[in-house]
Design a protein around this ligand. Structure first.
Ligand code: ADP
Ligand code: MG
Length: 301
């Protein structure tokens, strides 16, 4: 396992910021760590990277317990903190050289050139970090995380505060890195998860409330409710639609109906038959799953 978290709790005074959190991430997986502000995402990430001790539980990275092995772990884990602390007066290459020195890297020069290229920093390399746009500063943050060629990348809200173009660029960069590395990336943006993550862990109030593939999440949770939007050429009485077995609720939008059904029931054949029986023309029929946004909201309310 690249990352293994087992029964981890964290107290700040009497506040329990993490409540017996457990999950495992195999090598090469790209996982979205989702949750509202204050859920415990950054705290969990600081524990995985060895910057903060857990109150209870065990965390391992590449099968190495984090506790007692901070220095070893830091070579295996690249970390982009939430408030990426950069030396604004340093030039890009100078800063990366400084970080490479901390890691005591061999072939420092080549490694820095390689990383500057990978992260798309070439056009900005001779600027001071303070002169860079937020998007390029994030790239510098990702570059420093990549320097020791870690197996695991922990990225805490890598796209927060970027403009839409920068978001796409940084996401593409992360997607590319995900081809080779294990990545745990925190965000509260659903689209981000849809765009780059194969798996989603949702945390709320320090508790894991969901852990599954992004596509499974989108198919709807436990109850697996689905909705069918159906539009006929004429008005239909709500009772007529409600009479179909499996229908839970209907709502009207214009001449169309949004029909909610309980798990497992496919009511589309019945909606089609309803048209025939009542001499209606079926104009539209579209089955919708709960969107990731809705799933997230219902889990973290
Ligand atoms: P997230 O990253 O999901 O927004 P955090 O992990 O930063 O959440 O915070 C989780 C909870 O722990 C919050 O209620 C936060 O106020 C609290 N917390 C985080 N760090 C500290 C700290 N150093 N001291 C006290 N409380 C903290
Ligand atoms: Mg945070």
């Amino acid at each position: 396992m690249s990352i293994s978290v087992s029964g981890v709790s964290k107290y700040f005074g009497s506040q329990k910021a993490l409540n017996e959190v457990s999950f495992e991430i195999p090598s090469g997986q790209v996982v979205g760590f989702l949750g509202p502000n204050g859920a415990g995402k950054s705290t969990m990430m600081k524990i995985i990277t060895g910057y903060l001790p857990a109150s209870e539980g065990i965390t391992s990275v590449c099968n190495l317990p984090v506790e007692g092995n901070d220095l070893e772990v830091r070579k295996k884990v690249g970390y982009l903190p939430e408030h990426n602390p950069l030396y604004l007066d340093m030039y890009v290459a100078e800063y990366l050289n400084f970080v490479a020195g901390l890691y005591k890297l061999n072939n420092r020069k080549e490694r820095i050139e390689e990383i500057i290229d990978v992260t798309g920093l070439t056009p900005e390399r001779h600027k001071k970090i303070g002169a860079l746009s937020k998007g390029f500063r994030q790239r510098v943050g990702i570059a420093q995380a990549l320097l020791p060629d870690p197996e695991v990348l922990i990225l805490d809200e890598p796209t927060t505060g970027l403009d839409p173009n920068q978001i796409v660029e940084v996401r593409n960069l992360i997607s590319n890195l995900g081809k080779e590395k294990t990545i745990l990336l925190s965000t509260h943006i659903m689209q981000e998860v849809r765009a780059i993550c194969e798996r989603v862990i949702i945390i709320n109030n320090g508790l894991i409330v969901a852990d599954r593939s992004a596509s499974d999440l989108e198919k709807g949770l436990q109850n697996g409710k689905t909705r069918v939007f159906v539009e006929y050429d004429k008005k239909v009485a709500p009772e007529t639609i409600n009479a179909i077995s499996g229908v839970e609720a209907v709502s009207i939008s214009g001449n169309g109906w949004l029909v909610t059904t309980s798990s497992g029931v496919d009511i589309r054949p019945a909606l089609f038959k309803l048209a025939i029986d009542n001499d209606l023309i079926l104009l539209t029929m579209n089955q919708e799953h709960e969107s990731l946004e809705e799933v997230f909201q219902s889990l973290t309310k």
